[in-house]
Design a binder for this molecule. Structure first.
Ligand SMILES: C[S@@+](CC[C@H](N)C(=O)[O-])C[C@H]1O[C@@H](n2cnc3c(N)ncnc32)[C@H](O)[C@@H]1O
Length: 289
């Protein structure tokens, strides 16, 4: 195994990210030579498991995809621009979040390294890593985690490992549907869509750049059911999800959510302590591990 094949931590703070719990998934990885992570986000599973012969990361977020491509193909330039982000960090934040909104509309290879640094800087410094660009609600990009930009050289050393890990990996930025084409029984598809309950409560677009409604969950289940691949889906455990994946193998898992609290703001004001909520989750498989 070469050093670039071993497990590394995801470089991102990611809403719904699986970095803390990916160990629980390991027992369920099937044999495969072709790996596709179709809702990549922080790509915790890809970074954890041994690299396959062919690897594909996909996500709809253009800034996130620009980051992965820049780290893979333009690491030196990316690191130099990161090093220039110093001094007045709040000023740097305002620059990337508000003055350079033009970058947020760019796609493909256009202004790639700048978009990558913009995404990475904001991911480290906003609340919960939520890099969500909504012109009507700019307050969502709130500079709440300045310490997220400290120890930059240590972060860059980690990102250089990530760069090696991404060498030869296909990175795309489109809807997940296109990633199902050409799959075979040697393909392992991992899908980590937005939580069902967030969509049912119309909250998904607060967590991610694009919304994923209840209908989208149904389309996803149908598309995955017809894919000729080994498929693993991770989801919040709720009756609607169990219904969508009836007949699949369901593995029940539990973990403490990061940053989710069982008390309301009113309760907090009354002095009640915040505590993390335990989440009931499902791993959904169409194969026997
Ligand atoms: C739960 S997060 C994935 C978290 C990831 N597993 C991790 O460990 O960080 C869901 C991701 O799906 C992406 N997404 C939402 N709708 C999508 C779609 N239709 N096609 C592809 N990606 C989509 C979001 O941008 C978000 O990054």
């Amino acid at each position: 195994m070469s050093p670039s094949d071993g497990p590394v931590r995801s470089p991102l703070r990611y809403p719904g990210g699986k970095s803390r719990v990916v160990k629980l998934f390991e027992a369920y990885f099937p044999e495969h030579s072709d790996y596709r992570e179709i809702f990549a986000g922080g790509a915790a599973v890809f970074f954890r498991k041994p690299r396959a012969k062919r690897n594909w990361l996909n996500d709809l977020h253009p800034g996130l995809c620009a980051l992965y491509v820049a780290i893979r193909d333009h690491f030196t330039e990316f690191a130099e621009l990161c090093r220039e982000q110093k001094g007045d960090l709040r000023g740097r934040f305002n620059y990337w979040a508000f003055e350079r909104r033009d970058l947020m509309a760019a796609t493909g290879d256009d202004l790639l390294v700048q978009r990558a640094v913009q995404y990475y800087f904001l991911n480290r410094t906003v609340w919960g890593g939520r890099v969500v660009f909504d012109p009507k609600r700019t307050s969502r990009l709130y500079f709440s985690n300045p310490e997220g930009w400290s120890n930059l050289e240590k972060k860059l050393a980690h990102l250089s490992q990530i760069s090696a890990r991404l060498a030869g990996v296909r990175i795309t930025c489109h809807g997940y549907e296109k990633c199902l084409a050409g799959a075979t029984e040697d393909t392992f598809i991992y899908a980590d869509p937005p939580y069902y309950r967030e969509s049912a409560g119309h909250l998904t677009d607060k967590l991610y750049d694009k919304s994923f409604g209840v209908e989208c969950h149904r389309h996803l289940a149908e598309a995955l059911a017809s894919a000729s691949a080994k498929v693993m889906v991770s989801y919040d455990d709720c009756p609607a999800v169990r219904e969508l994946y009836r007949g699949w193998r369901l593995v029940e898992l539990q973990w403490k959510y990061c940053g989710r609290y069982a008390v309301t703001n009113e309760a907090k004001a009354r002095g009640q302590k915040e505590r993390k909520v335990t989440g009931n989750e499902l791993l959904i498989l169409n194969y026997s591990p």
